[in-house]
Design a protein around this ligand. Structure first.
Ligand SMILES: Nc1ncnc2c1ncn2[C@@H]1O[C@H](COP(=O)(O)OP(=O)(O)OP(=O)(O)O)[C@@H](O)[C@H]1O
Length: 328
């Protein structure tokens, strides 16, 4: 059915954000029992003139707005349940003889000496390489060659990067910032989602903050916690790339749990043994190629607990030194 013949109420029920369109042009919907055509006919001509709008303009733009929403939804439908890495060649020109599938909800750490090609692997995945990068690797989505349009789409981002340094300079509260983010991602129940992000971020951060806290007064740990919760919950990208997570002020285990809970594929390039062992498996890179894939064993998980204890002790000493205490 043509949208102009649908009752506004039915449109809003399907697409609650459609109301925002009328808010944004300054038209209040007082009776959603009418069709768009009927409603527009009843809007006061003078009011339209004041707003500098014509009836045709409203109808055409509303149709376009709904089309855009549908495009975004069909992208979302393109859920990525797995990615497959098909080997290419290492830096020595030798064949990288692998085909590995990584599923949603899996954490993979990527280890290897400096310059071995960890970032290159992450970039191949982000770029959905099709034999057209220095490694000649191929990346499949859900077992298939990704659509060309998808590769070059600005809407669909396969990968979200969690970078190390976040310095907020904008003069907004945490809540205002998240609402803006939610709006730009066409999230439907934005108030509710934003509160969830704030709650989860607090769960990750050492010191608590509220939605009213100004962004500029967040500590390093709080900012990172906020960005991780924001990426986990608000980002549509199915893959999260992490280039190290600093330990200070954030619970890294909880951060990874949150990402996995939201069915993300998490890839971490790291030199940190704790992060490396937090992965379900780890890819070992040498001379630009994946040379081993190791599942984290039970024994290694036990060892991880010990390493975390050591890490906690180290952090405590660090804090005490910072506070000018003597260590005994
Ligand atoms: N298979 C390959 N064939 C050709 N060049 C490659 C290959 N793999 C990696 N390279 C190149 O080698 C260089 C070093 O790789 P990269 O930056 O990915 O290393 P890294 O492991 O991330 O290092 P660091 O630990 O220092 O961050 C880059 O220029 C990259 O493009």
């Amino acid at each position: 059915m043509n949208v102009v013949e649908m009752k506004l109420r039915d449109i809003f029920e399907k697409q609650p954000v459609a109301k925002d369109f009328f808010d944004s042009i300054g038209i209040e919907i007082t009776d959603d029992n009418l069709t768009l055509n009927q409603y527009i006919e009843n809007v006061d001509e003078e009011k339209l003139e004041d707003l500098g709008l014509s009836k045709e303009f409203i109808i055409e733009n509303f149709k376009e707005f709904l089309n855009n929403l549908q495009d975004i939804e069909s992208n979302e439908l393109q859920q990525v349940k797995s990615i497959t890495i098909i080997g290419g060649y290492n830096k020595l020109g030798e064949k990288e003889d692998i085909e590995i599938e990584i599923k949603a909800g899996e954490i993979v750490s990527i280890v290897g000496p400096t310059g071995s090609g960890k970032s290159r692997l992450l970039a191949d995945i982000e770029w959905m390489a099709q034999g057209d990068t220095p490694t000649k690797r191929h990346i499949l989505l859900n077992g298939e060659v990704p659509d060309r349009d998808l590769r070059f789409s600005s809407e669909f981002k396969l990968v979200a990067q969690l970078s190390q340094n976040m310095n907020f300079v904008i003069d907004l509260s945490v809540r205002e910032f998240l609402i803006l983010h939610a709006e730009s991602r066409y999230v439907q129940n934005k108030e509710e989602i934003v509160e969830k992000v704030i709650e989860k971020a607090n769960h990750l951060a050492g010191e608590s903050f509220t939605g009213d806290t100004p962004l500029t007064s967040l500590s390093g740990g709080q900012s990172r916690a906020l960005m991780i919760a924001d990426t986990a919950i608000l980002s549509k990208s199915p893959i999260i790339l992490i280039d190290e997570i600093e330990n200070a002020g954030i619970d890294r285990k909880k951060a990874l749990d949150l990402l996995v809970e939201e069915q993300k594929i998490v890839l971490m390039a790291t030199h940190d043994p704790i992060l490396a062992l937090m992965g379900d498996k780890r890819f070992v890179i040498s001379h630009g190629g994946i040379v081993k894939i190791l599942e984290t064993t039970k024994e290694e998980r036990e060892l991880l607990k010990k390493l975390e204890e050591l890490d906690k002790t180290l952090l405590e000493y660090r804090n005490r030194l910072r506070l000018g205490e003597r260590l005994s």
